[in-house]
Write a protein that binds this ligand. Structure first.
Ligand SMILES: [Zn+2]
Length: 77
């Protein structure tokens, strides 16, 4: 499986909980207000969605899952 090229150092939380930025294949994807994705590519401009935002969304889901799992483990027995 070939994953997208994701630079971890480029992935940063700008100090606010509601905003995050992901770098997907060289495109900066930002997440705002808990629901809104933005990307600068042509696909997003044309369709309001693109593979970068979908990829970033999947990453965010995975991170949330891991966080939940860790929280369950540490709070449980
Ligand atoms: Zn895009």
């Amino acid at each position: 499986m070939i994953g997208p090229r994701i630079s971890k150092s480029a992935m940063r939380d700008a100090g606010k909980k509601n905003r995050a930025e992901y770098l997907i294949d060289g495109f900066r994807v930002s997440f705002q207000h808990q629901a809104e994705w933005r990307c600068a590519c042509r696909e997003f401009t044309a369709a309001g969605t693109c593979r970068h935002t979908r990829e970033a969304s999947g990453m965010r889901e995975a991170q949330a899952l891991i966080r939940r799992r860790l929280a369950t483990r540490s709070s449980g027995n």
